[in-house]
Design a protein around this ligand. Structure first.
Ligand code: AMP
Length: 437
């Protein structure tokens, strides 16, 4: 890792603006999973212990920009308004804006500030705005070792819009900028990159969470202990095009399961029945199969498949299934999980790896009958005790946690989108902008 961390700069008495990822799941104002808060604690505690004035900022969900004079409707609302007769549009727009104003509580970071204050022994205050009067007063009142959490950055359109004036106001809270929000490091928003990109802050470093994510994931990609096995699954090939191509160059073998496998099977001349397919990507799949051959790498695809007549509805409904050859799925059936032979094959390949990375379930794991393939991969990784095992966030991380294998993995990324972009070989804006060693 060639980026400076909080340990490389002087923080005593300095205003440290820390971008964290406090986008925690909440139900009725109660935090239902504190993982993201816990993930940020090492950096926050380090800064407090070393006498910094800590200004925390984060987004939460996708709220409307209620701190701006003109509240914009989201895409779905705009579409709904446009579908109405001309004379009804103004009233409908007004109704959406009123609802957005009422939703402020739903997206407020206040419950996170309260919880953090409990954890950190009463040292945390909360600012009811982001860069306004309350935030300014509270930031100016901070003593060394104290913390303020600003309200949800996305209440202000300047955050996602990378507005220069908004960035300037944020930068006024900041002698040292610390990015510790790996989950948003692939975004170029005001607080994740732009305040540094615009030259408004000179000292920009990462916190311990980003340091850990980068050290484990980027280093494993660049210098893996071999054999290096990559496992990809999930619904769509299109989402993972560049990931497949980049991983093929780095890994020794690539396992492809889940909904995305059927486009590959069709590309090989298989009958895939009513399974998920992306016909526009068949050529791409052939290119990847050829690329693997040229590079002397192996792509493992399902050899047998668990099929059903239709997608389970609701998703966890009881479902009647059978196992068929992956290249000969009956016309009226769809593949919804890898079959037992494939499960054994994939698990053995996983176990042969010294570095294993995984992103995307092997089947519709939300349904107990269709979760067996995904469970088997998680179990094989958990049992690979002397291998570096990395879960790339998102659904696979959720599956591993639900199955109780979380503490058996070397690393579970806190950023699904960000880790996928790392796997793609992209440079993440939230990391690129930081000072180099
Ligand atoms: P992704 O967001 O691309 O990682 O996809 C995750 C989703 O893929 C999960 O909700 C799974 O239910 C779904 N999925 C996995 N396998 C299949 C399949 N064979 N057919 C349809 N959906 C699938």
């Amino acid at each position: 890792m060639n980026k400076k961390t909080v340990q490389d700069v002087e923080v005593k008495g300095k205003k440290c603006l820390v971008r964290v990822d406090f986008n925690v799941p909440m139900k009725d104002g109660v935090i239902t999973d504190e993982n993201r808060i816990n993930g940020a604690l090492p950096t926050i505690k380090y800064l407090m212990d070393n006498g910094a004035k800590v200004i925390l900022c984060s987004h939460m969900g996708k709220p409307h920009n209620v701190f701006n004079e003109k509240i914009k409707l989201n895409k779905k609302e705009k579409k709904a308004v446009e579908a109405l007769p001309e004379e009804e549009r103004a009233a409908a727009t007004e109704a959406y804006i009123e609802k957005a104003k009422k939703d402020v509580k739903k997206y407020s970071l206040k419950p996170v500030a309260d919880r953090l204050n409990e954890i950190l022994g009463g040292k945390v205050t909360f600012a009811t705005d982001t860069v306004g009067a309350d935030a300014t007063t509270k930031v100016n009142a901070l003593k060394d070792g104290e913390v303020v959490l600003l309200e949800n950055l996305r209440f202000d359109a300047g955050e996602e819009g990378k507005d220069l004036e908004f960035c300037k106001k944020l930068a006024a809270f900041c002698d040292v900028y610390v990015n510790d929000a790996f989950g948003t490091a692939h975004r170029s928003h005001a607080s994740t990159a732009a305040i540094v990109e615009y030259g408004l802050v000179e000292t920009a470093v990462c916190g311990f969470l980003i340091e850990k994510e980068l050290t484990i994931m980027a280093d494993s990609l660049e210098n893996p202990v071999r054999p290096f096995i990559a496992v990809l699954g999930g619904a769509k090939v299109a989402d993972k095009l560049n990931v497949i191509s980049n991983l093929l160059e780095k890994c020794d073998a690539l396992i492809i399961g889940g909904g995305m496998a059927y486009t590959f099977l069709k590309a090989q001349g298989g009958e895939i029945g009513a399974s998920l397919v992306d016909n526009e990507k068949i050529n791409y799949c052939n290119e990847m199969l050829n690329k693997a051959k040229t590079l002397g790498k192996k792509i493992y695809l399902p050899i047998d498949t668990v099929v059903a007549k239709s997608f389970p509805d609701p998703i966890d409904a009881e479902i009647e299934v059978e196992v068929v050859d992956s290249m000969a799925i009956p016309q009226d059936k769809m593949g919804l999980d890898i079959g037992p032979k494939t499960t054994e094959l994939f698990a053995n390949v996983v176990k042969s790896g010294k570095t294993v990375i995984w992103n995307g379930p092997m089947g519709v794991f939300e349904n107990p009958t269709l979760a067996k393939g995904t469970i088997a991969i998680a179990k094989a990784m958990a049992e690979s005790e002397d291998a570096t095992t990395i879960i790339g966030g998102g659904d696979s991380a959720a599956a591993v946690a639900t199955l109780g294998f979380a503490d058996k993995m070397s690393h579970i990324s806190t950023g699904g989108g960000a880790s996928l972009e790392l796997f793609e070989g992209k440079v993440l804006p939230g990391i690129a902008c930081l000072n180099e060693i």
